[in-house]
Design a protein around this ligand. Structure first.
Ligand code: G3H
Ligand code: ZN
Length: 276
């Protein structure tokens, strides 16, 4: 069933659970993630990031993921991740994305708010949900020039009230693209934020979040956690192994089988930690 983010996030936080959102790049990982969600009887969010958008036209992703979502036995949302460009967001909505993130995290507060409001206006008219970001979650890759700025609770409150986003990404100690689970979550900051706003919270860079923290976050109005690197590592590391072990196989449908199984295993375990 193809859905936007609103209902699944609201239902999840009411029952102290969190929806897993995974970055996917094509049929193989999307299929593995949907199977994981179906097996866990959990809603799930398929996210398209900048690398995916540069690799393939979003219209193809929208059609492929849209068909897969409609056929799924659980609610599946198709979400454009970290978009900084209004034109790209408008196009994603036009071709069938049910949810978008406007990432104005590197802009001054008022500019972030104004741009996010424009996106919310467009999205609301199309029954599409919007995630905004306040503060900034940086990257563990040193060459990516993204400032790390922890979210100030009062700014989060102001941003949520002004923009009326459906979900709000905050920076409370995570970092994108960590390959080990070593993030130090600032629960005091998160507690202050959730005291001030009802909007479901989103945690980015959740590959780096420890298992016990994924479980704990479900108790704090966290509606969505974003996981990308963990699945990419599972797919690529297994594919490398498969190719090394089977130097004579050149058929991708055979080579991709085990990587897809490993992606599914990681997705099932993350979904389980989030309360499903
Ligand atoms: O927006 C995507 C996520 O924040 C993914 O982060 O690749 O570090 O898990 P991650
Ligand atoms: Zn992110």
């Amino acid at each position: 069933m193809l859905v936007n983010m609103k209902g699944i996030l609201e239902d999840a936080v009411k029952s102290n659970r969190t929806v897993a959102a995974f970055n996917v790049f094509g049929y193989e990982d999307a299929k593995a993630v949907i199977e994981a969600a179906e097996e866990s009887n959990a809603p799930v969010i398929l996210m398209t990031n900048k690398d995916a958008v540069e690799f393939m036209d979003i219209e193809y992703f929208a059609k492929l993921f849209g068909i897969m979502a409609k056929k799924a036995k659980v609610p599946v949302c198709i979400h454009l991740d970290h978009a900084k460009d209004y034109g790209l967001i408008a196009r994603a909505i036009k071709v069938g994305y049910t949810s978008v993130m406007y990432d104005g995290s590197q802009l001054p507060l008022e500019e972030n708010i104004e741009n996010t409001k424009e996106v919310v206006k467009l999205a609301n008219a199309c029954n599409v949900t919007v995630e905004g970001e306040i503060g900034s979650v940086a990257y563990s890759d040193k060459n990516l020039d993204v400032k790390s700025i922890y979210t100030e609770p009062e700014e989060a409150e102001y941003f949520a009230k002004e923009t009326k986003v459906h979900a709000l990404a905050v920076a409370i100690g995570t970092l994108h693209r960590m390959q080990v689970q070593e993030a130090e979550i600032q629960y005091d900051r998160l507690e202050k934020i959730i005291k001030l706003i009802d909007t479901p919270i989103v945690i980015h860079g959740s590959t780096g979040v420890k298992d016990e923290d994924l479980q704990r976050l479900t108790k704090y109005n966290v509606g969505k956690v974003n996981i990308g690197t963990a699945l990419r590592m599972a797919f690529a590391n297994t594919l490398r192994e498969e190719m090394g072990n089977n130097p004579n196989i050149f058929d991708r449908t055979k080579l991709f089988r085990r990587p897809m199984e490993e992606v599914k295993k990681v997705a099932v375990s993350k979904i389980k930690l989030l309360g499903w």
